[in-house]
Design a protein around this ligand. Sequence first.
Ligand code: BV8
Length: 232
Amino acid sequence: MRIVILTGAGISAESGLGTFRDKGGLWSQYDLEDVATPEGFARNPDLVQRFYNARRANCAAAVPNAAHHALARLEAALPGQVVIVTQNVDDLHVRAGSKAVIQMHGALMRALCADCGHRWPAPATMTTADPCPHCARPATRPDVVWFGEMPYQMEDIAADIERADLFAAIGTSGQVWPAAGFAEAAREAGARCLELNLEPSDVSRSFHEHQYGPATQIVPAWVDRVLARTRT
Ligand code: BV8
């Protein structure tokens, strides 16, 4: 059984990390163009660094919730058969114990040198002037994928989706591409597709099954059902 799980901001909502498009979400407080695009970073790097420093502090103070732990339990019970592709830049999946995690939109806790491409653990408070530990140039940015930038590990993700028997999307509104297209790709590859969310996403029609409710309730229940089926 090969299971691919796509997660979005909704899986971390009950850990206290804001989503993007819910009421009061991040994109209602900041203009996406100003803080999540290379153009915004070029225009006002300090604003962008402040935005990510604040999110990095929230992330450090947050803890994984029952949904993150349930996915780690699923992988432990089915070694080598589960991969999480997350759109989230928080580290809650790894902190919950998941091992096979692809962070396609990068990681809040990692720094990237815009000049030489070196990556290192992000300081709690990052400024652009921080010298790169490798090339010493002051070109430090958060290692996250902004709009207009290429998501990470797209080939690995495509290969995982091609081989999937089961594709589940958890806590994502299906508004950001190319992640929003993964369900359709999985369906065409023959996988059973399940949407686990608070409400129907923009791509709900790509899924065979839907379960709606808070992730901390519906994800552990779903994991129990998958494991019960694999035991029979
Ligand atoms: C790309 C990292 C080429 C930073 C993010 C013009 C120019 C260039 C590109 C485009 C363009 N027009 C369109 C595009 C494509 C663009 C895009 O999709 N734009 C959208 C806005 C239309 N995409 C890109 O630019 C991507 N790159 O296209 O490169 C390319 C093309 C093909 C193949 C390869 C490359 C790069 C996109 C990545 C941007 N970076 N994040 C950061 O985090 O600051 S995106 C950002 O949105 C986050 O990663 C977030 O995770 C992601 C998706 O949002 P969701 O996770 O779904 O969160 P959201 O708030 O929307 O929804 C939460 C859901 O949870 C809701 O449904 C809610 O009901 C549910 N929920 C809430 N609470 C709970 C819950 N569910 C369960 N339980 C709960 N308690």
